[in-house]
Write a protein of this length. Structure first.
Length: 280
């Protein structure tokens, strides 16, 4: 079984991203603007509805906002596929140059979009099963059940991202067969190594985003707050809603680096596990 050289994968990801940062920006900025603008309004509406529901202890009015959030998942996956495919092609070497603007949805984007929907549906099913199991064991409305469900869901999320999601763009672009089964088979036996590569690519960028957010919004966002009442939860949701312009703007600015690192690291892992030569 092939073992991934973790340090080499990390070096490749950082070399590729900062050497091709201009090309990455050109390939993703147009769909990224659409995702940022649509996401901003969807989450603003969702946070406002959630804050009102928590304050009034009535969640019946959240239907339209929740429907909008679910619709954004589909739109977001679609736009993410349109960003991930050209950057993955660049890392694989099948695309030689960037572009001033890129907006395309072809067969490879469709394959990645379908696979992303499969992963999202799988995670939703896991959420339902875990929540039902914890409620049955500990009783509905039990705080311990909610906490246990959150921890179990987080563990499942990491596992699915590593075993399915990390290699999805590379498999969708580099091969023509079924994407999800192939991603599962290729990542077998390398869970911890892939997790290490993924964290090395994502964690520094996320840490930089948190540092900028703290500098702009103040140290309040770093204070640990454990909500012990619906009113406190409503206040925290309202605080998040007020800071949406900052968080959305930072997500847009850091997207080229984040996508470049994660996608190119996936390409290195993909080609290494297949025994192919990684492009320089």
């Amino acid at each position: 079984m092939t073992k991934i050289p973790v340090l080499e994968a990390i070096r490749f990801a950082y070399r590729f991203t900062f050497h091709h940062l201009g090309a990455i920006i050109g390939l993703i900025w147009l769909p990224m603007i659409m995702a940022t603008v649509i996401g901003f309004f969807v989450f603003q509406r969702f946070f406002a509805a959630l804050a009102n529901a928590l304050a009034s202890n009535s969640f019946a009015s959240m239907g339209p906002a929740l429907l909008g959030l679910i619709s954004f998942v589909f739109i977001g996956l679609l736009l993410l596929s349109m960003m991930a495919v050209p950057v993955t092609q660049l890392a694989l070497g099948s695309r030689k140059t960037g572009a001033l603007a890129h907006f395309s949805f072809g067969l490879q984007e469709w394959r990645l979009f379908r696979a992303g929907l499969g992963v999202a549906g799988f995670l939703f099913l896991l959420l339902l099963l875990v929540s039902m199991a914890m409620a049955a064991l500990l009783g509905p409305g039990n705080p311990a059940a909610n906490y246990g469900a959150q921890v179990a869901l987080f563990v499942c999320l990491i596992f699915v991202i590593v075993r399915f999601g990390f290699l999805l763009p590379s498999v969708a672009v580099g091969e023509t067969g079924p994407v999800l089964p192939r991603s599962w088979l290729l990542s077998a036996g390398n869970f911890w190594r892939i997790l290490g590569v993924y964290l090395a690519a994502v964690f520094p960028v996320r840490l930089a985003m948190i540092a900028v957010e703290a500098a702009v919004m103040g140290p309040r966002m770093l204070e640990p707050q454990l909500p012990n009442s619906p009113a406190m939860m409503a206040a925290q949701v309202h605080f998040a809603s007020q800071n949406m312009p900052i968080t959305a703007g930072l997500a847009f600015l850091f997207a080229p680096v984040l996508l470049g690192l994660s996608l190119s690291a996936g390409v290195y892992v993909f080609q290494t596990l297949k025994g192919e030569t990684v492009p320089d």
